[in-house]
Write a protein that binds this ligand. Structure first.
Ligand code: ATP
Ligand code: ATP
Length: 220
């Protein structure tokens, strides 16, 4: 099934990041146009993606010819070459692409991308490095931070929360975290409600400040 709401997505640059992005978008059912200037990369990814074409994305004319203007969303996944990524974003902005996502490798790179027309700037290496650091030093099983010190984490259930309904245990009052989901052993994740009774070995999804979710994970 093709997911056509919002139109297709063009991905420029099929390095390690771009190829994973393009294949995930394809798996999610979106039409993907992938562009790389390297012929070997193009050949390598052709069997796995709908449309893979070789072009230098810094050239506005080449992008226009490929029909990039038909794509409401374009992701510039070029990383190492700041010049190529900036010139590509500029070309896309000149072509009037409404939503430009671009990958930055430094703060200055991010500033330039924003000033030439990227609406969304992503830092895959910085974000993954930071996230993995939290996972290594804490007991959290997974973790996502939303800025403003708000986070959601996957954690093992602390003994203190086993056996009685959450309503009685009031984790929001005792630990400051909200339990939003629970997965009992052998079952799937479900929303947690005041009547949920947790079994030993359950896994929870909790939200709160970073310090709160980390402290809560340490209880397990
Ligand atoms: P990754 O970490 O994702 O592997 P990288 O930083 O190691 O990326 P980059 O130099 O950013 O490598 O290149 C990513 C991809 O972008 C490469 O496949 C490269 O051929 C492609 N690319 C670089 N410049 C352009 C350009 N001007 N037009 C099209 N594709 C380009
Ligand atoms: P990234 O995408 O994170 O920038 P990369 O793929 O571009 O990484 P790598 O070749 O993986 O670059 O190198 C990452 C870092 O690991 C470099 O700083 C490099 O000096 C260091 N490094 C590589 N090999 C070794 C080694 N044998 N011992 C110690 N450090 C190493």
């Amino acid at each position: 099934a093709r997911n056509t709401d919002g139109g297709g997505i063009a991905v420029i640059g099929l390095g390690r990041f771009g190829c994973h992005l393009a294949s995930s978008l394809t798996q999610l059912g979106h039409e993907v146009l992938a562009i790389d200037r390297n012929g070997e990369r193009v050949q390598r990814w052709s069997p796995y993606l709908d449309r893979v074409v070789q072009a230098d994305a810094t050239e506005e004319g080449a992008l226009r010819q490929l029909g990039v203007t038909d794509f409401p969303r374009v992701v510039v996944a070029i990383g190492a070459s700041v010049e190529a990524s900036v010139l590509t974003v500029l070309a896309l902005a000149e072509l009037g692409v409404p939503q430009i996502w671009a990958r930055a490798t430094s703060d200055k790179h991010a500033k330039i991308l924003g000033s030439v027309g990227a609406q969304h700037v992503i830092f895959p290496e910085a974000e993954t490095g930071e996230r993995v650091a939290h996972l290594i030093v804490s007991k959290m099983l997974d973790f996502i931070e939303f800025g403003d010190d708000f986070a959601i984490a996957k954690v093992r259930v602390p003994d203190a929360l086993v056996g009685r309904p959450l309503r009685e245990l009031a984790p929001a009052d005792r630990y400051g975290v909200m339990v939003v989901g629970a997965k009992l052993p052998g079952e799937r994740f479900r929303y947690a409600d005041p009547g949920t009774v947790l079994a030993p070995g359950s896994v929870l999804i909790v939200e709160g400040s970073i310090a709160q979710v980390q402290r809560f994970a340490e209880l397990s």
